[in-house]
Design a protein around this ligand. Structure first.
Ligand code: NAD
Ligand code: UDP
Length: 344
């Protein structure tokens, strides 16, 4: 028997892929999203790929308790919540910190209060590898001191701390998943990442250059202390990340409360920007024109997970290669040059 799961932010990049994996695993879903950074078309395509319509949508803001009441009531008792709804752009968080504290922290607080009220205390929370700040010990284990250096990461760490306090206060079961760099798309090319405007992130920028939508990639910094001078990250296929959520939820639902888990979700492999560009060219046969430019303010030289705890606790490991990340991300970009919007 499947569970009934509430997914906040389920129409977004990671949320839509996770919804599909959860539907395929037999769960029933309620998605709450205000479509601030997503498109309802993503959810239509998720149902189409799953071949079943076990997904109800509540359009609204996670900071509004009446919207949450509607979500908790729309299908019957909710067994667990996956909380993706939030903001994620580092630069924007520096320019407008109050918005980040409001959506990310206050949104999570209002959600947790609604969960208490509706008797649902099982939660998977989207955290980030940026809570480690600018570390100098690798790979990163969950015990390392957190030292977030921008409001985005600070809000995520504050939510982790609020959830830890909840677990100390009552019968909660919580997992904070610290994602590394999710990329790629579902292999069908029907769902994928659809950033509004100029992409901030390497992968969507690179695929848009490949598609001719942008002229050249700027590589930010080639004087970092790494093997080729460009920044190192731990890129993970979004389908591996989506699968980590079902496994985490199944695990939590079997745990006695209270229970708190903090897990890195990455591959354990660090790749430089040039490794990614070369990998993309090898996987697709395309050429990515690029310029080496100044470092981007706020970037750290290296982030790379130790994924051992997730393997030990959940039996989960990332399985997909850089080649699959590139192939699937490119298939999505090619089939949907304007994302979910119709080409003009
Ligand atoms: P996304 O922007 O594609 O998805 C977020 C979803 O939340 C969107 O559908 C958006 O419309 C919705 N949303 C935003 N504010 C809302 C609000 N107030 N009420 C209701 N819905 C709201 O982002 P994503 O890449 O899928 O990320 C999902 C989560 O994972 C975010 O919390 C993000 O901070 C976190 N995360 C992402 C990354 C990454 O690189 N993509 C890395 C680490 C952590
Ligand atoms: N990057 C780049 N050009 C871009 C976007 C990103 O060189 O147009 C680099 C960036 O400096 C970092 C890596 O690619 O070293 C990953 O950046 P991204 O924004 O994708 O993820 P994050 O900064 O969140 O790790």
């Amino acid at each position: 028997m499947g569970s009934r799961i509430l997914i906040t932010g389920g129409a977004g990049f990671i949320g839509s892929h996770t919804c599909l994996v959860l539907l395929d695993a037999g769960h029933e879903l309620v998605v709450l999203d205000n479509f601030d950074n997503s498109n309802p078309e993503a959810l239509k395509r998720v149902e189409e790929l799953a071949g079943r319509g076990a997904l109800s949508v509540v359009e609204g803001d996670v900071r509004q308790s009446d919207v949450l009441d509607q979500a908790f009531r729309c299908k019957g008792p909710i067994d667990g919540v996956i909380h993706f709804a939030g903001l994620k752009a580092v630069g924007e968080s520096v320019a407008d910190p109050l918005r980040y504290w409001d959506v990310n922290l206050n949104g999570s607080r209002v959600l947790a209060a609604a969960m208490e009220q509706h008797g649902c205390r099982t939660l998977v929370f989207s955290s980030t590898s940026t809570v480690y700040g600018e570390p100098d010990q690798f790979p990163l284990t969950e015990e390392l001191t957190t030292a977030p250096v921008h409001p985005y990461a600070q809000t995520k760490l504050a939510v982790e701390q609020m959830l830890q306090a909840l677990c100390r206060s009552g019968a909660w079961r919580v997992a904070c998943l610290r994602y590394f760099n999710p990329v790629g798309a579902h292999p069908s090319g029907r769902i994928g990442e659809d950033p509004l405007g100029i992409p901030n992130n390497l992968f969507p920028f690179m695929t848009q250059v490949a598609a001719g939508r942008r002229e050249r990639l700027q590589i930010f910094g080639n004087d970092y202390p790494t093997h080729d001078g460009t920044g190192i990250r731990d890129y993970i296929h979004v389908m591996d990340l989506a699968e980590a959520h079902t496994v985490t939820l199944d695990h939590l639902l079997k745990q006695p409360a209270p229970s708190i888990l903090t897990l890195n979700i990455g591959t354990g492999t660090g790749l430089s920007v040039l490794d990614v560009v070369n990998g993309f060219e090898a996987a697709t046969g395309l050429t990515i024109p690029y310029d080496l430019v100044e470092r981007r303010p706020g970037d750290v030289p290296r982030l790379q997970a130790c994924p051992e705890r997730a393997k030990t606790v959940l039996g989960w490991t990332a399985r997909r290669s850089l080649e699959e990340m590139c192939r699937d991300g490119w298939a999505w970009q090619q089939a949907n040059p304007m994302g979910y919007r119709k080409p003009a």
